[in-house]
Design a protein around this ligand. Structure first.
Ligand SMILES: Cc1cc2nc3c(=O)[nH]c(=O)nc-3n(C[C@H](O)[C@H](O)[C@H](O)COP(=O)(O)OP(=O)(O)OC[C@H]3O[C@@H](n4cnc5c(N)ncnc54)[C@H](O)[C@@H]3O)c2cc1C
Length: 400
């Protein structure tokens, strides 16, 4: 039996940021991260858009709004201190018709309520900034940036291990229970006992919560996000990130044109209901994951309420030209032959029994542990303040 003061399950960016935060508060504590993959950040943290979100979209007062606003500053400071490349390139959220202009006004109001720097532009002004983009109006978010969150996660892992922390890879947590004084965890590398545990399992968050008896009322439903890399286009195709005005009928932010830290651009991600939580090919199926979705009444309510967008997303996943029309709405010069394959990501989205996507970050506490139950975008941007919140909650300085 290996003993520890703190065990973190899950070596994604949230788990690693939490491990590092606890370590800086308790430098002498024995802290272990258990990660089932051969290396950290193999799932959501290594497969995302790489956007440092400014905090435009989130309901004022929500965890997302608060942690994202803090996360922008914290991520920038972390990158500056530890030589992680990042860039504050800004983003344009573009309206392409009158209906989108109305929704754009609501988005501007929300950004202002969140205290986020935002500037409204006419279509003409937007084209002056980005000549390859068509828009009838736009919002400019100057504080949005880009970074490779996989690199951020590995830097956190490096700092943590160099300061004496332990990361055990290829170590899957398979069961366990809470005791009077802490927790016992069964893993593929033996038994562990710890005073406190934090579960940051991403796509497996609901299963881990159930294994340890946490009271939860949601299931993780996986949404695959397909991207394409853009080829044959000039390096100055766009200087900023280009996002559509989000469609309130659809979850997630829509297919956007993103600059990458290593040069080049991607478009994506789509939002297709996935048949495997951790299978990144379009036809990957896990019978266990599929049964988990199909046996959940909330899944069917979600599908019934979003039938047309579910069909559209599926069709766009199969027919590339259909996907392209979403991009051509705002960037007509991107053609079918410019779309090259790119790695996809899968979002861990908590869905309530009534079929609603749980919008905010969700944490569930037990006597000696805390489960991160819903940490979708912008949780990579927000990882450092989320970690501080987890540490303070676990150590009793925050409400549950
Ligand atoms: C397509 C896509 C685009 C996104 N774009 C952005 C963006 O631009 N900006 C942004 O801020 N956010 C974005 N996000 C969200 C962001 O990537 C996630 O919020 C963040 O990475 C969540 O980190 P995590 O550590 O909670 O989860 P993960 O990175 O998924 O890590 C969970 C870890 O737990 C491990 N694990 C699970 N079960 C066990 C077990 N039983 N035993 C041991 N280990 C286990 C897994 O192997 C995994 O490594 C995006 C997400 C996706 C999918």
């Amino acid at each position: 039996m290996t003993t520890a003061d703190f065990i973190i399950v899950g070596g994604g960016i949230v788990g690693l940021a939490t491990a590092r935060d606890l370590q800086t508060r308790h430098p002498k504590a024995k802290i272990i991260v258990l990660e089932k993959e051969p290396a950290p950040a193999r799932h959501q943290s290594g497969r995302n858009s790489g956007v440092i979100h400014a905090g435009v979209y989130y309901a004022p007062g929500s965890h997302k709004a608060k942690f994202c606003a803090k996360g922008v500053a914290a991520t920038r400071a972390f990158c500056a201190e530890h030589d992680v490349p990042m860039e504050t390139c800004g983003k344009l959220i573009v309206a392409t018709d009158e209906a989108e202009l109305i929704r754009m006004a609501a988005l501007e109001t929300r950004a202002r309520a969140n205290g986020i720097p935002i500037e409204r532009l006419s279509g003409e002004d937007a084209r002056k900034l980005e000549p390859n983009i068509s828009a009838v109006g736009a919002l400019l978010s100057p504080s949005t940036g880009i970074v490779d969150y996989g690199v951020v996660a590995l830097k956190l892992a490096d700092l943590f291990t160099k300061a004496g922390g332990e990361i055990l890879c290829d170590c899957r947590v398979t069961g366990g229970f809470e005791t009077e004084h802490g927790l016992e965890l069964h893993t593929t590398q033996g038994m562990f006992s710890t005073a406190k545990a934090v579960f940051c399992g991403g796509l497996q968050a609901d299963r881990l919560a159930k294994l340890f008896g946490a009271a939860i009322e949601f299931r993780i439903i996986p949404f695959r996000g397909d991207y394409f890399a853009i080829k044959n286009q000039p390096a100055d195709l766009v200087k900023r990130l280009i996002y559509p005005i989000p469609d309130p009928e659809r979850p997630f932010l829509g297919v956007h044109l993103t600059r990458k830290m290593n040069g080049g651009f991607t478009v994506g991600p789509s939002a297709v209901l996935a048949m495997a939580r951790e299978g990144y090919g379009k036809t990957d199926i896990s019978l266990k994951d599929l049964a988990s979705s199909l046996s959940y009444p909330g899944f069917w309510k979600l599908v019934a309420a979003n039938a047309s967008s579910a069909v559209d997303e599926l069709a766009s996943a199969i027919v590339k030209r259909r996907y392209l029309t979403k991009v051509q709405k705002y960037c007509a010069r991107i053609k079918l032959e410019d779309l090259a394959p790119y790695k996809s990501g899968i979002r861990a989205q908590a869905v309530s029994p009534d079929g609603k996507l749980i919008d905010d970050f969700l944490f569930v506490q037990t006597r000696h542990s805390l489960h991160v139950c819903n940490a979708p975008s912008p949780a990579a941007t927000s990882a450092l303040p989320i970690a501080a919140h987890i540490a303070e909650t676990l150590l009793g300085h925050n409400g549950p």
